[in-house]
Design a protein around this ligand. Structure first.
Ligand code: SAM
Length: 206
């Protein structure tokens, strides 16, 4: 299986201004825009596009990632946008238990952490442990079907979770699933219209 190390990610983040769009993911907006502001932990949050969108809406936002370069970019953008006092960075491997700064949080967020199923299950367990009872966990990933009918993302099946794998991870973590569905995402890449096949999870800590 092809996996990227923290050094690989650091190099990718250091190579260009923004690796990802600076706007939040469309499903993050759709599912989370009506939540009252509180404390959010964005696991594998990268440059923090989703955390920064929440911070601008009044949230205290912690991005955890194993790329220090990504975290530095997140903190620099937070400062530039006047959100520095609400934003926190934690260098951590998502698959290991971690003492998050904002635990117990009201919201846990995971966007496109494409790793092997056992590692992803460990990450969901670790993030859930940092949530308050009744808190929300939201996740979005390239789904397995993206390999055959979607554009972009890893081309390794094991790194694209299925609904069954996510259901099992939620059970192990103690999460009640509210929504688990495959969704299409339409976007432009180099001037060409593309579709991505994502899986979206909304769950609640028991
Ligand atoms: C595709 S990017 C998504 C970034 C961000 N969530 C977003 O949607 O813009 C995946 C991120 O996961 C991070 N990552 C991958 N494996 C990780 C791990 N085991 N622990 C922590 N971060 C990890 C990478 O450094 C990268 O920032």
């Amino acid at each position: 299986m092809t996996t990227m190390s923290p050094d690989d990610w650091d190099a990718r983040y250091a190579a260009t201004g923004n690796v990802w769009s600076i706007t939040p993911n469309e499903f993050v907006v759709e599912f989370l825009r009506d939540l009252p502001a509180g404390k959010v932990i964005d696991l594998a949050g990268g440059e923090g596009r989703n955390a920064l969108w929440l911070a601008a809406r009044g949230w205290q936002a912690e991005v955890a990632d194993f790329s220090q370069v990504a975290l530095d970019k997140f903190i620099a953008r937070a400062a530039a946008e006047g959100l520095g006092e609400q934003c926190f960075a934690t260098l951590a491997d998502a698959t290991h238990p971690t003492e998050y700064k904002l635990a117990p949080a009201d919201l846990g967020l995971i966007a496109y952490l494409q790793i092997d199923p056992a590692g992803l299950s460990d990450a969901i367990v670790s993030l859930t442990a940092a949530l308050a009872p009744g808190a929300t966990l939201f996740g979005v990933w390239h789904e397995r079907e993206n390999l055959t009918r979607g554009f972009g993302g890893p081309q390794v099946p094991e790194m694209l979770p299925t609904m069954d794998e996510l259901t099992a991870a939620c059970e192990r973590a103690g999460l009640r699933i509210r929504t688990l569905e495959v969704r299409e995402r339409h976007f432009e890449n180099a001037g060409v219209s593309r579709v991505g096949i994502d899986v979206v999870l909304l769950a609640e800590r028991e």
